[in-house]
Ligand binder design. Structure first.
Ligand code: BDR
Ligand code: CA
Length: 314
């Protein structure tokens, strides 16, 4: 069965590869790409989505721009991680694919209403667009099969000691999504840090001998330099494609049921995801929380997607 999905993203190096995986893997049908402010401004993340689709030959998927800032707080971009463009490293050709003249939330609503089957949402960015969709169009909730997101962590953060970037950037939006009654799977740092792009992985992309394989290798090489500089990590974690991989084949990403709450008021912990797999708080589980990655299957799927897309492009 092919799972219809919409990816909501802020490209971003790992978002770029998440788009490629979602566009090429035969287990999913990518209905739309929506963008939001996060790693960079909305203008830049949207341009980057167009760049990625152009270089990857993804010409048949609508791209729509969404929210330019978080629900309540000002935007704070991750230019330290992704560079001034949000996608530093490769030289991209002039984009030839454009955005559709519809707000991301309106496009999502229309697809959800019109599609014959419930659709899975895969947010790999701050959850502003998704929260707006659920609050403005609550009737859409029953048309969402599930929300499989990259964000949060069972452990510590990467933007503050306690908070992961996507949740920290818009904690109120994450809170709305987790309390929205739609099934949620959370792929947090604890599992995405198992998807390390080692030199062997980078060599697999470079060795494809296509323009796209080279672009992926250059993206990962830039990302590696960032992770080494900021965190002393020799190999960067490829966060966002893990959420797509969970939809493609749930066996690639093991999960446990747990209650997840977003800290909205903490003096030092705003944006932290408080995950309670042992039920200390006596609250019902509201999420599946990813805990383990089948690394080999993950990278095989990722390389297969880039291989397939590379065969489409000159
Ligand atoms: C998340 O933050 C962003 O910088 C990445 O694209 C990913 O979605 C990881 O914390
Ligand atoms: Ca992202």
């Amino acid at each position: 069965m092919t799972v219809p999905i919409i990816i909501d993203c802020d490209p971003g190096h790992d978002d770029a590869l998440a788009i490629m995986l979602a566009a090429a893997d035969p287990a999913v049908d990518l209905l739309a790409i929506t963008t939001v402010a996060g790693n960079q401004t909305l203008e830049k993340t949207t341009l980057n989505a167009r760049r990625v689709c152009t270089v990857a030959g993804i010409t048949d998927v609508p791209i729509a721009a969404g929210c330019a800032r978080p629900l309540l707080q000002p935007l704070s971009v991750a230019d330290d991680v992704h560079g001034a463009s949000g996608l530093d490293g490769p030289r991209f050709p002039e984009p030839t694919v454009d955005v559709v003249p519809e707000h991301a939330v309106e496009l999502m609503r229309r697809i959800l209403v019109e599609h014959p089957e419930p659709v899975t949402l895969v947010p790999t960015a701050p959850l502003t667009n998704i929260a707006l969709l659920l609050t403005r169009y609550p009737e859409c909730a029953s048309r969402i099969r599930e929300i499989v997101l990259m964000g949060g962590s069972t452990e510590r953060g990467n933007r503050t000691p306690a908070a992961e970037f996507n949740v920290y950037t818009d904690p109120e939006a994450a809170d709305i999504v987790l309390r929205g009654g739609v099934p949620v799977t959370m792929c947090g740092l604890n599992v995405t840090h198992q998807a390390l792009a080692t030199p062997e992985v980078v060599a697999r992309f470079a060795g494809l001998g296509t323009e796209l394989g080279t672009v992926c290798a250059e993206l990962l090489t830039f990302f590696a330099s960032t992770y080494l500089r900021l965190w002393g990590m020799p190999h960067p974690p490829l966060h966002d494609p893990v959420a797509v991989a969970r939809v493609i084949d749930p066996a690639i990403v093991d999960c446990v049921d747990a209650n997840v709450a977003v800290e909205l008021r903490g003096t030092h912990t705003r944006g932290a995801t408080v995950v309670d797999p042992h039920g200390y708080l006596g609250r019902p589980a509201n999420a599946r929380v990813a805990v383990a990655l089948d690394r080999e299957a993950f990278w095989d799927r990722m390389v297969a997607a880039v291989t397939a897309l590379g065969a489409r492009t000159p």
